[in-house]
Design a protein around this ligand. Structure first.
Ligand code: CA
Length: 411
C-alpha cells in the first residue's frame, strides 16, 4: 500500500507481487551504478532536513558498506506491457483459495478483530479483505531490503525527492526499533509488512495493538490488522455503512455519466429505477453513492464513502472492488464468487489454482518458466504468447480460460 495518489506508476506494487507482474524483468537492463557516486550521494543526504530525525549512528549502521540495487531503477521506469482487464484482477485476487483463507483468518483472529472494530469502527471482514489482497494474509510481504531499495531510489532515477522522504522514514522505523533490520523487506518501491504500507504511511497510521511498545506490522498480526483499520479510519471510514453493492440498472438507463465520484442520495437512485442486483429495493444503510461500471456491459455497482476509503489503499478501483468483494464473501459463506451480471467477456480470467495448472501444462510442453507458482511473470507470458501463436489465437500473453482449455485438450 502506497501513497498512490502522489505516485501512480509505483502504485500497483503493493499488490503487484500477488499478480506476478513486476519483478521478473528487473535483471534485464539494469544500469551500471558508480559506487563512489552512490556513496557521495548518501553522504550528502544525511545532513539534509529530510534526515534530521535520523542520528548519525543510525545512518552509519544501516548505510556503511551498502551497495546500490540498480534493478529497482528498471522497475521504476517499467512501462506496463498491457493493462489487465478487471475480470483478470478479480479472478486472481478473489478466488476460492483466498476466500477460504480469509474465512479461516477471520475465525482465528475474531477476538482481536472485534476489539479493533470497537476502537476504529471498521468491520472485521473489511480488515481481513484488505489483508488478503495486500499480502495474502501475511504470506507475501516482498523480499527486497527496504533500506537498499529506497537508498538507491533516493540517489538515482525519477522521484528522488519522494523516495528520500521514504528512505528517511525507513531509517526512523529502524532507529525506533519497530521492525528488526533483517525483517524490513518489501516491494521494490518500499511497501512493506502485512499491510504493505510505505514508511511514511507507517508513521501516519501504524499502531501498537499488542502493547509491546513497537508498531510491528511485519511480525505482529494484531499490530498489522489494527494499523489497516486505522488507515481506513483516517481515510474517512463510516462505521456501519456498507462499501456499496451490485445493482441492476433499468432498461435503457444512460450510463454515460457513471462515476464513483458523482454521488447522489440513495433515494435519487431509487427514483431512477435502480435496484439491488437481486431485484430487491436499494437499502437505506448507504446514504449516498456513485455509480461505478468497471467494464461497459458488465456488472454495475453503487459505491459509497467507504469504497473511497478502500480506494485510498491502492488508488485503483479494481483493487478496491477486489477488497470489497472479498470482504463480502468472507462475511457471508453463502455468497457466490460471481457477480449477478457476468463480465463482458467470452474468455474469463484464471484463479491462482488455474494459473498453476496452466503453468504446469506449459512446463510439460517444454517451456522454461521456472516453477508453477501461480504468478504470471514475464517468462510465463512469453510461453503463453508462443502457445497462442501456435494455436492461432491472439498472441497477447494473457492467461485466460480459452488457452487453458486448449492446453487441457492437448491441442
Ligand atoms: Ca506491537
Amino acid at each position: 500500500m502506497i501513497d498512490r495518489h502522489q505516485l501512480l506508476p509505483i502504485a500497483a506494487l503493493g499488490v503487484a507481487a500477488l499478480l506476478g507482474s513486476a519483478a521478473a524483468r528487473a535483471q534485464d537492463a539494469a544500469p551500471a551504478i558508480d559506487p563512489a557516486e552512490f556513496r557521495s550521494c548518501l553522504n550528502g543526504l544525511k545532513t539534509t532536513p529530510a534526515f534530521s530525525r535520523i542520528s548519525p549512528a543510525t545512518f552509519a549502521q544501516h548505510t556503511d558498506g551498502l551497495a546500490a540495487d540498480p534493478s529497482v531503477l528498471v522497475l521504476l521506469d517499467r512501462q506496463p506491457e498491457f493493462t489487465l482487464p478487471v475480470w483478470d484482477y478479480l479472478a486472481v485476487l478473489v478466488d476460492d483459495e483466498r476466500v477460504a483463507d480469509g474465512r479461516a483468518a477471520y475465525a482465528r483472529w475474531q477476538d482481536t478483530l472485534q476489539k479493533i472494530e470497537q476502537q476504529t469502527g471498521v468491520a472485521p471482514n473489511i480488515v481481513v479483505g484488505v489483508w488478503g489482497v495486500e499480502s495474502n494474509f501475511g504470506q507475501n510481504l516482498g523480499g527486497r531490503p527496504l533500506v537498499q531499495s529506497l537508498a538507491t531510489l533516493s540517489c538515482f532515477g525519477r522521484r528522488q525527492a519522494y523516495f528520500r522522504g521514504e528512505f528517511a522514514a525507513a531509517l526512523r522505523i529502524l532507529q525506533e526499533g519497530h521492525v528488526p533490520a533483517d525483517k524490513l523487506t518489501g516491494s521494490w518501491a518500499g511497501a512493506f509488512g502485512q499491510t504493505q504500507f510505505m514508511p511514511s504511511t507507517f508513521f501516519a497510521n501504524a499502531v501498537d495493538f499488542d502493547g509491546d511498545g513497537r508498531r510491528d506490522i511485519v511480525d505482529s498480526v494484531p499490530d498489522a490488522l489494527a494499523s489497516t483499520a486505522k488507515f481506513l479510519q483516517n481515510a474517512g471510514w463510516r462505521p456501519g455503512q456498507p462499501w456499496g453493492f451490485e445493482v441492476r440498472l433499468p432498461p435503457g438507463f444512460d450510463t454515460s455519466g457513471a462515476s464513483r465520484k458523482n454521488k447522489q442520495p440513495i433515494a435519487a437512485w431509487r427514483r431512477a429505477g435502480l435496484t439491488l442486483a437481486s431485484g430487491q429495493p436499494l437499502p437505506d444503510d448507504l446514504p449516498s453513492a456513485g455509480l461505478m461500471i468497471p467494464a461497459a456491459g458488465g456488472p454495475a455497482f453503487l459505491v459509497g464513502r467507504n469504497f473511497d476509503a478502500l480506494y485510498r489503499y491502492n488508488a485503483s478501483e479494481n483493487y478496491a472492488l477486489a477488497i470489497a468483494h472479498l470482504a463480502d464473501l468472507i462475511a457471508d459463506p453463502a455468497a457466490p464468487i460471481a457477480f449477478v451480471t457476468p463480465w463482458p467477456t467470452d474468455d474469463p480470467g484464471l484463479s491462482r489454482a488455474e494459473n498453476r495448472e496452466l503453468q504446469t501444462l506449459l512446463l510439460a510442453r517444454g517451456h522454461d518458466i521456472g516453477s508453477a507458482d501461480g504468478l504470471i511473470g514475464a517468462k510465463t507470458r512469453e510461453a503463453i504468447q508462443a502457445e497462442q501463436q501456435r494455436l492461432g489465437m491472439k498472441a497477447d500473453g494473457r492467461a485466460g480460460q480459452k488457452l487453458l482449455a486448449a492446453l487441457r485438450r492437448r491441442e
